[in-house]
Write a protein that binds this ligand. Structure first.
Ligand code: HEC
Length: 340
């Protein structure tokens, strides 16, 4: 028994040593905000503290499996062990103590860091809806931005809400996230600290993190972090374009249409928009219709009225008829008609 304890202790020590040696190489995703640094620090503390507990369980299990395995085909049972209050007492005290410790640090201390200073330099309003993000910059007069552009080094307050069901606003490169709840506004503060874009790293995107229906997985939006100066330039270019086709193009992105509909003929969740106008469309019930303005208008406002053959009903959101204004639908029509 004494020998077994010593062997297990050696195994535990070796496993812990190796694990702690490998920990600094843990593959964290890109950190693009001060909050990501706090979050990863906390995660590291938890790993360092939790690893010996994990390796202890693995060492005892692995050693017992190997040492006390059945030899031959004897079916005799070993002597029963009826508890050992000393061992369970020490185990409870150590793991209980560790739990209390991590609740205080990095738990409470980390939450305080995350909450931080509520004095933001930039306010961004975010509305989640099935299945896209609508982003507004009230002070800059920007509505329906097609990407989330943020200035490096400035504290941003996100005012998050939802127009239908529960969503969760999450940018993996920032780590923190907040629920988007219909009827109320939740707030999240972030200080981006690295210039970059979605094209460089896919963790720079808004991603819904609360299952919200069939389109949940495609409910994302690119994020771009730029210098404070480039941010000002971007703000100036965001005045709505005078060309309805251009306005329609931006709208198709910000409303999430192009997540399902390609504009170059490639396949997607929904039919491509390339060459849609004038096309002979075969419907699920076998009838053939010529695509004109009235058909497209109906497809947007009431997608279930006519289902395109080979596609599923119920995927395309049914509320565009009420959430989009008449002018916006006209812009979308102009854009779709331009895709020859
Ligand atoms: C979650 C995926 C999804 C989103 C987002 C989406 N659609 Fe659709 N859409 C579909 C599917 C699937 C169909 C085919 C089934 C049907 O006819 O309803 C479709 C059909 C259409 C059609 C008829 C196409 C044809 O070939 O006859 C039009 C027009 C259309 N959508 C426009 C839009 C517009 C405009 C938006 C954005 C405001 C949008 N869709 C957003 C999935 C989507």
């Amino acid at each position: 028994m004494r020998r077994d304890i010593i062997n297990t202790a050696i195994l535990w020590f070796v496993l812990t040593f190796l694990a702690e040696l490998l920990l600094p190489n843990f593959p964290f995703p890109i950190q693009a905000a001060q909050e990501a640094v706090f979050s990863d620090e906390s995660f590291r503390v938890l790993l360092v503290l939790g690893m010996p507990v994990f390796t202890f369980v693995v060492a005892v299990l692995a050693y017992s499996l190997w040492k006390f395995r059945a030899r031959g085909d004897t079916l005799e049972e070993g002597a029963p062990i009826r508890g050992n209050s000393w061992v369970s007492g020490v185990w409870l005290a150590v793991t209980g103590g560790l739990c209390v410790l991590v609740i205080v640090h990095p738990g409470l201390t980390g939450l305080a860091k995350f909450a931080g200073n509520p004095q933001a330099q930039l306010v961004v309003k975010v509305t989640g809806k099935q299945w896209a993000w609508d982003v507004e910059y009230p002070a800059q007069g920007i509505v329906h931005a097609s990407e989330l552009v943020l200035p490096e080094g400035q504290r941003v307050e996100f005012q998050v809400t939802s127009s239908d069901v529960l969503h969760s606003f999450w940018i993996p490169a920032f780590r923190n996230k907040i629920d988007a709840v219909p009827g109320t506004v939740t707030r999240m503060y972030v200080t981006p600290n690295k210039i970059g874009s979605f094209e460089q790293d896919y963790n720079l995107r808004v991603q819904c993190a609360e299952i919200c229906g069939a389109g949940h997985a495609i409910m994302s939006m690119p994020v771009r972090i730029v210098s404070a100066q480039d941010f000002q330039t971007w703000v100036q270019t965001q005045a709505p374009p005078t060309d309805p086709v251009k306005r329609g193009e931006l709208l198709a992105k910000s409303q999430g249409c192009t997540a399902c509909h390609s504009t170059d003929g490639s396949p997607g969740v929904g039919p491509t928009w390339k060459g849609l106008f004038g096309e002979q469309e075969t419907l699920a019930d076998g009838t053939v219709v010529t695509v004109d303005e009235a058909y497209v208008r109906e497809s947007i406002g009431n997608p279930s009225a006519k289902i395109v053959k080979g596609y599923n009903d119920g995927l395309m959101p049914k509320n565009f008829g009420t959430t989009l204004k008449e002018g916006q639908i006209n812009d979308l029509l102009a854009y779709i008609a331009s895709l020859k």
